[in-house]
Ligand binder design. Structure first.
Ligand code: FNR
Length: 379
């Protein structure tokens, strides 16, 4: 039975080839930050409230001025289309039907245009800044052309964190298959059949768009060289101007950085340690949320990701001041288990857990949730 996110994780392990499942289920180095992201949520206890009228509850939320059915969005995840054929399209469709934001990664398998063609509402686009600024400009123009309604600029991956599982699995970008991989892939026949039936099997936003990249082998060296370690706050200002629409800065973990981010005039920041995939040894994102909200919350919307595994976690983040939270791995596991249906089921589970917990805490409207629902008020 699939009753919680852990059930989906266990089942996804059986459905998705090992190298791609472990690509999702991994943090950098010792994975201490990956583990703490989840563990620290559980330390936050709720205060049960009784005899409060709990009829007519609502989870509807405004995120950067856009209305959504609950304060949750799908985080950008590279190579989603390797968890399930056409993964980005299916996840975007599930999010659209649910009335929540979907964020397409720069490193997606399905391209901006392919996702736009199969969805009817605007989605968000996540940008990695590459050394090739002409390519970055063109990506921004393509996101505008397909009507993306927010740009999520990721600030914490100019230097790639080392993930031991990926190294052990020989996973490169793009994947280069050896005998071990062929065995892993061959032992997942349904995954293979679905993958054979789609054209979307490489990095759709890059192949045929970046200069000199026409095939998989030229793409491999391009991706390793292109993340720009010299990215600066001036670049953020340049991107904001170039984009001209709602801008969200992803990957802030420090009060000082949050203050700088607020000064750029961006619409929101995401408190995130990239799901424990970058700086191992960094604190969990939920543990730094209160101090960041206290320092910039009056000037800019503060959102959070990393470690959200239940509707209860969404409520905990909301109580500590996050306007929105995002999930990465939970929907990736849903997708691996059953494509679009799996993502929808994951979202239903989260919504149900969020709604029931909110009611038990004596709140009817998600927008009224604050630190008073937490025992002791914080971590
Ligand atoms: C990511 N994340 C990510 N972030 C981003 O800005 N661009 C990207 O391409 C990716 N790719 C990616 C791949 C995989 C497999 C994972 C698990 C994560 C980070 C992601 O957006 C988000 O910050 C985390 O996934 C949140 O943590 P949880 O929900 O997975 O614990």
């Amino acid at each position: 039975m699939l009753l919680n996110i852990d059930d989906f994780k266990k089942k996804a392990r059986k459905r998705v080839p090992k190298l791609f499942f472990e690509y999702a289920d991994s943090g950098s180095w010792t994975q201490s930050t990956y583990r703490e992201n989840e563990a620290d949520f559980e330390k936050l206890k709720f205060v049960p409230r009784v005899l409060v009228d709990m009829a007519n509850r609502t989870l509807e939320t405004n995120i950067i001025g856009q209305k959504f059915s609950m304060p949750v969005g799908l985080a950008p995840v590279g190579m989603t289309g390797m968890q399930h054929a056409d993964g980005e399209i299916l996840a975007a469709q599930a999010a659209e039907e649910f009335g929540i934001p979907f964020t397409l990664s720069t490193m997606s398998i399905c391209s901006l245009e392919a996702v736009a063609e199969k969805t009817s509402r605007p989605f968000w686009f996540q940008l990695y800044v590459m050394r090739d600024r002409k390519f970055v400009e063109a990506l921004i123009e393509r996101a505008k052309a397909v009507n993306c309604s927010a740009l999520v600029l990721t600030l914490d991956l100019q230097i790639l964190g080392q993930r031991h599982k990926d190294i052990r699995n020989g996973l490169s970008a793009p994947p280069k298959f050896n005998m071990k991989h062929i065995w892993q892939v061959g032992s997942r026949p349904l995954w293979c059949l679905q993958m054979l039936a789609t054209k979307n099997r490489s990095f759709g936003n890059i192949i045929g768009h970046a200069t000199g990249i026409s095939d998989m082998s030229s793409l491999s060296s391009w991706t390793t060289q292109q993340f720009d370690p010299s990215l600066s706050w001036e670049d953020v200002t340049w991107i904001k101007k170039r984009w001209g629409g709602p801008l969200i800065l992803k990957g802030i973990m420090d009060k000082g950085d949050a203050l700088k981010a607020a000064k750029t005039g961006a619409d929101a920041i995401i408190v995130s340690n990239h799901g424990g995939r970058q700086l191992d040894g960094a604190p969990s994102s939920i543990s730094v949320l209160p101090e960041i909200v206290d320092s910039v919350g009056k000037h800019i919307e503060v959102h959070l990701d990393s470690g959200v595994r239940s509707g209860q976690d969404i409520l905990r983040a909301k109580a500590l001041g996050a306007t929105a939270t995002y999930i990465g791995r939970p929907y990736i596991y849903g997708l691996g288990v059953a494509g679009k249906k799996g993502v929808t089921k994951v979202l239903e589970i989260l919504r149900n857990e969020l709604d029931i917990t909110m009611a038990h805490c004596g709140k009817r409207d998600i927008n009224e949730v604050n630190r008073s629902i937490l025992y002791g008020g914080s971590l």
